[in-house]
Design a protein around this ligand. Structure first.
Ligand code: NAP
Ligand code: GLV
Length: 306
């Protein structure tokens, strides 16, 4: 079995070593143009040329959860695209989003500013009933985030494509229930995959439906958000702030207004990192399962795009 590794912006050697150890019977090589065709591919944002040269691929294993970059390419006809299914990302996302929610709710940035001036100050505590948290996307990551936020007793809402029943959460589904979900939400968390249906979903019209004093946490993809619409709603006071981990252009250009906006916190796409060892174990297991003809988790549905 031949496995080709083609991951943009990724140091190949530790991955190659890990896969060679996990799959001792396989030839595992970094792709170079003109390399022999492989049975499986390990990818992150590969060039179209790579896929064009690999017509016989059975599995294309994405070393991240989001497959939006891959699904824009022309894929070999018989190949299944498989994404990372948690692989240690869900707990990272849970801690990151919990931190963002609590930092906003407890006004920790304002305390930090006071402390920086040696000022011993108190703010009137907010009531958590006034801070309903709405999570868009109730998949592997969204559900784990919901579980974590639930421990802090915020009212919890969720929105997904298909109907769900999750303990402690008011669940909404589909376009028909989207407005109701937004109208009841104050802190909005985006954990949707980026697809034609979800591109630009956080635009002025939708963000204006959030409760006054709304707060936006985008940890999915930059293109879910219309940047200028967020800024307009922050500047007119409808929204109180935003924690943004993902951007339309990454790295976020130095001249982008998000960097210096007083109501925006920027992090460099780090809310849930791909963990190499966990990912190698998961992907190697799936390659072997696929070779035995067994089903594997995390196979992308090309129609849905996630
Ligand atoms: P997932 O398991 O595929 O879950 C996706 C969820 O979104 C599902 O609940 C799905 O609904 C819902 N959804 C999809 N399209 C929808 C639509 N049109 N309307 C309403 N709901 C829709 O994905 P995941 O593993 O949780 O990951 C989510 C995303 O997080 C990834 O695609 C990636 O872009 C992003 N991510 C970011 C980072 C980071 O570091 N910032 C790290 C990892 C992942 P159904 O349940 O009904 O199918
Ligand atoms: C990171 O953004 C991922 O999709 O895994």
């Amino acid at each position: 079995m031949r496995i080709s590794f083609c991951c943009t912006n990724t140091k190949a050697e530790p991955w190659l070593q890990g896969f060679r150890q996990a799959l001792p019977g396989a030839v595992v090589e970094e792709w170079l143009p003109g390399a022999p065709p492989a049975d499986h591919a390990i990818v992150w944002s590969p060039p179209q040329q790579f896929l064009d040269e690999q017509p016989g691929l059975k599995g294309i294993f994405n070393i991240g959860a989001g497959v939006d970059a891959l699904m824009k390419l022309k894929l070999p006809a018989g190949a299944r695209v498989v994404r990372i299914d948690d692989g240690g990302m869900a707990v990272q996302m849970a801690e990151f989003v919990s931190h963002a929610v609590i930092r906003h709710f407890r006004e920790l940035d304002a305390y930090q500013a006071d402390v920086a001036q040696a000022k011993w100050s108190f703010r009137r505590p907010h009531q958590r009933k006034d801070f309903p948290v709405g999570i868009m996307g109730l998949g592997v990551l969204g559900e784990r985030v919901a579980q974590a936020i639930g421990h802090f007793d915020f009212p919890l809402l969720g929105w997904s494509r298909s109907p769900k029943s999750i303990a402690g959460m008011q669940c909404f589904a589909g376009a028909g229930q989207f407005d109701e979900f937004l109208l009841r939400t104050r802190i909005l968390v985006c954990l949707l995959p980026l697809t034609p249906d979800t591109q630009g979903i956080m635009d002025r019209e939708n963000l204006a439906k959030l409760q006054r004093g709304g707060y936006v946490i985008n940890v999915a993809r930059g293109a879910h958000l219309v940047d200028e619409d967020l800024i307009a709603l922050l500047d007119n006071g409808h929204l109180a702030g935003a924690a943004l981990d993902v951007f339309r252009t990454e790295p976020l250009p130095v001249e982008h207004p998000f960097w210096k906006h007083p109501k925006i916190t920027v992090t460099p796409h780090t809310s849930a990192r791909t963990l190499r060892e966990e990912s190698i174990t998961q992907i190697a297991g799936k390659i072997l399962a696929m070779e035995r003809g067994e089903p594997v988790a995390g196979v992308v549905d090309p129609q849905r795009g996630y």
